[in-house]
Design a protein around this ligand. Structure first.
Ligand SMILES: Cc1cc2nc3c(=O)[nH]c(=O)nc-3n(C[C@H](O)[C@H](O)[C@H](O)COP(=O)(O)OP(=O)(O)OC[C@H]3O[C@@H](n4cnc5c(N)ncnc54)[C@H](O)[C@@H]3O)c2cc1C
Length: 497
């Protein structure tokens, strides 16, 4: 009760309008580049980070732009639990929660992107410009699981399997070995495989036996920003994005899933699923890789074979985010990540240094682990995760199967505690996302990323979105933002020559 009151007082976790948005539009029409003279209009498909930023750049250059978004909200894979979620039972196959029991964390609950990779990365710069307080996660003590024991790095420093995993990971940007999976390239013994899978598979959107060591290493090497990992102290990420791109909000048509794009004539004809037609002179497609690969949007003529072939060089695996509130932090107040789980490879103590209670875990699961959990109903999913945590944190009283079962927040019926409360977003089952993030399969090259995002000859169809980032930030918000800069530069060049 006390926690809920604190939450209501500061308005966090609920989508509060937090900024004076007009101050933060990217560039005013009269301050930067000269306006681009173009009589036609530009349609942007998708209102995630890439789509909103692309629209903002073009709008600021004086171009007539509109955004078509399939869902009923903006932000795409940046999605924060909000007031409206807490008030209505809009649970779906992808979004599972009981609105009578919303999360009670005293900080925003993120269902998608929650961390800033690089304080000076593109997303990091947005946060800086807005002067939003952040938490530097390097101050946290991460725990690493071997032999079912979660311990800090210092406790494993003489363990050869622990050291093999960490040295493989730190050497990834310089990796120049065979083009094989992370698992095959690492040479890590089976005892360390779950740890490897957590830190170098799940963390990058897949599993260690699927993600390419060479592809991953090439991307990491290309990154130009620092390696800091931050969380935002008290602002919901979705609010930050929308505040940053506030000028674009009125240009977005929600609930408009695009079904086809015919670019065979002078004017491009875009049909949504209800059959409504939108005309544009140029289009930037920013939909997730799996939406593109599933042919949910029919292109006439077909997209060039180079783009299509490149799309199949990358994976976008299943992905689930869970947020679980506990009555007590039993894993340690200074703990950040717990790496090495098998059911859930990434446990994150989301309240670290930003919560008075610090007893909420964000659990992010990709790849094979997410596929397995996805096939279960919500209750089985949560019970499997609690069972894994119970194994890692046993209850010495012997009364409970473990500390997770003992301390998980539960529903109350007739004064008796019943089922565990959990908020689950299954991104794989979101029809307009269909998975987590893009990652390189074995065989993918840096050229494939370039090919994936290459505009269709003729200057009408352009591509942005995290999967098309070529600067090493694919799979992140920064990658999505950078891809918007690239695609809009290409589009403007197609006008100005
Ligand atoms: C659980 C999870 C955790 C993550 N954590 C982090 C993190 O901590 N830090 C980080 O930097 N990144 C993180 N990421 C990755 C990050 O969220 C994405 O890289 C980024 O948000 C992608 O932006 P985007 O614009 O490329 O795509 P999206 O945000 O997916 O936007 C694409 C938009 O296209 C729309 N769309 C799809 N089909 C159609 C259609 N037919 N017609 C019209 N619109 C359509 C979608 O609804 C969506 O809004 C995470 C991702 C997930 C899933």
């Amino acid at each position: 009760m006390k926690r809920r009151k604190a939450l209501q007082q500061i308005g966090v976790g609920l989508s509060a309008g937090l900024l004076a948005p007009q101050l933060f539009t990217s560039c005013k029409k009269d301050t930067l580049n000269p306006l681009v003279k173009f009589k036609g209009s530009v349609a942007i498909i998708g209102a995630g980070a890439a789509g909103l930023y692309a629209a903002d750049i073009l709008n600021s250059q004086g171009l007539d732009v509109f955004v078509l978004e399939a869902r009923n909200s903006l932000g795409g894979r940046i999605r924060s639990f909000s007031t409206s979620d807490a008030q209505a039972d809009n649970s779906t196959e992808s979004f599972i929660y009981d609105y009578h029991y919303p999360p009670i964390a005293d900080f925003p609950v993120e269902l998608g992107a929650d961390l800033i990779y690089g304080s000076d990365s593109s997303w990091g710069k947005v946060i800086n410009v807005l002067s939003l307080p952040t938490i530097d996660l390097s101050a946290a003590t991460n725990n690493y699981v071997l032999d079912n024991l979660p311990k800090p790095a210092a406790s494993w420093q003489t363990d050869s399997d622990f050291n093999a995993v960490q040295s493989f990971i730190s050497g990834l940007p310089a990796y120049s070995g065979s083009d094989v999976s992370v698992k095959a390239a690492s040479g890590v013994a089976s005892r360390g495989q779950a740890l490897l899978n957590s830190q170098a598979g799940n963390y990058y959107g897949s599993s260690a036996d699927r993600i390419s060591a060479l592809g991953l290493g090439t991307g990491l090497k290309a990154r130009t920003h620092d390696a800091k990992v931050l969380s935002v102290k008290s602002n919901p990420c979705q609010d930050i994005l929308l505040s940053r791109f506030n000028e674009i909000v009125s240009k977005v048509k929600l609930n408009t899933p695009v079904a086809s794009i015919d670019y065979s004539g002078d004017t491009i004809s875009i049909l949504d699923k209800s059959g409504k037609n939108y005309a544009a002179s140029k289009v930037i497609v920013t939909v997730p890789l799996n939406v593109l690969k599933s042919n949910d949007i029919q292109f006439t003529p077909y997209l060039p074979s180079t783009n299509v072939a490149a799309a199949y060089k990358f994976g976008m695996d299943a992905c689930i985010r869970l947020s679980i509130d506990f009555k007590k932090n039993f894993w340690g107040d200074n703990v950040g990540f717990v790496w090495g789980g098998s059911i859930a490879p990434q446990y994150f103590s989301a309240g670290f240094n930003r919560s008075a209670f610090n007893s909420t875990m964000f659990i992010t699961i990709y790849g094979q682990a997410a596929e397995i959990l996805s096939s279960f109903p919500g209750t089985t999913m949560i019970n499997s995760i609690l069972a894994e945590l119970d194994g890692l944190y046993p209850d010495t009283t012997g009364k409970y199967t473990g500390l997770a079962t003992r301390y998980v927040r539960r529903k109350i019926a007739g004064g008796v505690e019943t089922d565990p409360i959990v908020t689950i977003y299954n991104w794989t089952k979101d029809p307009y996302i269909k998975g987590g993030v893009s990652y390189p399969l074995v065989g993918a090259t840096a050229q494939d990323r370039i090919d994936l995002g290459t505009a269709v000859p003729g200057g009408k169809i352009f591509f942005a979105g995290e999967a098309t980032d070529t600067s090493g930030d694919a799979g992140t918000v920064s990658g999505a933002l950078l891809s918007a800069e690239r695609a809009t530069a290409e589009l403007i060049k197609s006008i100005t020559g």
